[in-house]
Design a protein around this ligand. Structure first.
Ligand code: NDP
Length: 278
């Protein structure tokens, strides 16, 4: 087991600390989620990333209860469903999440996708700001937003998201977006941090893994941590859940970082946020 205290935290704008390493539950069957979450918490995770669209928030809540870890020691993120954008819907949808999670606040509430063709994200963001002020979310942010979307939010509402959760891994390094985040104090969260397994057979990754006596997944996750990204790999396997968080006992060299930095090829595993319409 990894001690939760060895996982560093990043302070979000507004001062809320977020554990840099968490557990993603996209694709975990609703009736298996409670066990997976309880196992992850037992292995030292203290940050769970779910979403209304994953249909497993109830399992997340049940898993936290089952683990015996106090609610306030777990950082819980959920995301607004695409069909619930708009001011009033965003507020009602959060009430549903809180009920399913069995809690009266989330640590982080995200707009899941910008859906530019629907053009509702600015109104949605105004509701998020109210949710923050009402204390129902300790922090608010977005996911899959581009610099143009982020500029528009700040310009029209004055409220800057504390987080942007984006697809990010060695094959899609998103340099421009990460630079924008740094300039605006937005924390970068990396979804599909191991590209759903696609990068694990890369010979650069496997060579570095062999040199450190680590697995390919551990090397890629360590690369993210060194760059300051927040990560939450998903696994349904107890062994891999433990393996993934066991990344705090080694470090990559500058040469390793350069070699991994050279793998960028602009390859997405998921949809393009500019055209994805939910
Ligand atoms: P990941 O990059 O985390 O990869 C998960 C896949 O890799 C699964 O097939 C898993 O299989 C496998 N895997 C996990 N660990 C290992 C390992 N150590 N060795 C070999 N294979 C491994 O992809 P996800 O897309 O799940 O992304 C992670 C999280 O990001 C999601 O769970 C979700 O919380 C979030 N996300 C957010 C999105 C957004 O739009 N905001 C979109 C997509 C994801 P197995 O289960 O069999 O171990």
């Amino acid at each position: 087991m990894t001690s939760p205290t060895t996982v560093p935290s990043i302070r979000l704008t507004g001062g809320v600390p977020i554990p840099q390493f968490g557990f993603g539950v996209f694709g975990i069957e609703p009736d298996r989620t409670a066990d997976a979450v309880a196992l992850a918490l037992d292995a030292g995770y203290r940050h769970i990333d779910t979403a209304q669209m994953y249909r497993n928030e109830q399992g997340v809540g049940a898993g936290i209860k089952k683990s015996g870890v106090p609610r306030e020691e777990v950082f819980v993120t959920t995301k607004l469903a695409n069909d619930a954008q708009g001011h009033d819907n965003a507020i009602t949808a959060l009430e549903g999440s809180l009920r399913r999670l069995g809690t009266d606040y989330v640590d982080l509430y995200l707009i899941h996708w910008p859906l530019p063709a629907k053009d509702r994200y600015v109104k949605t963001w105004q509701a998020f700001d109210e949710i923050l002020k009402a204390g129902k979310a300790r922090a608010i942010g977005v996911s899959n937003f581009s610099p143009a979307h982020l500029d528009r939010l700040a310009g029209e509402t004055g409220a800057v998201p504390s987080v942007n959760q984006i697809e990010l891994h060695p094959y899609l390094q998103q340099a421009e977006l990460r630079r924008y985040h740094e300039e605006h104090g937005i924390a970068t969260e990396a979804w599909s941090p191991i590209a759903q397994g696609e990068v694990l057979g890369d010979e650069v990754v496997t060579r570095i893994a062999a040199a450190h006596g680590r697995t390919a997944a551990q090397v890629v996750l360590r690369w993210h941590l060194a760059l300051g990204h927040i990560v939450f790999p998903k696994s349904s396997s107890p062994e891999r859940i433990r393996e993934n968080i066991d990344v705090f006992g080694f470090a990559l060299s500058d040469e390793d970082m350069r070699a991994l930095g050279g793998l960028d090829r602009g390859r997405r595993t998921g949809p393009d946020p500019e055209t994805f319409d939910g």
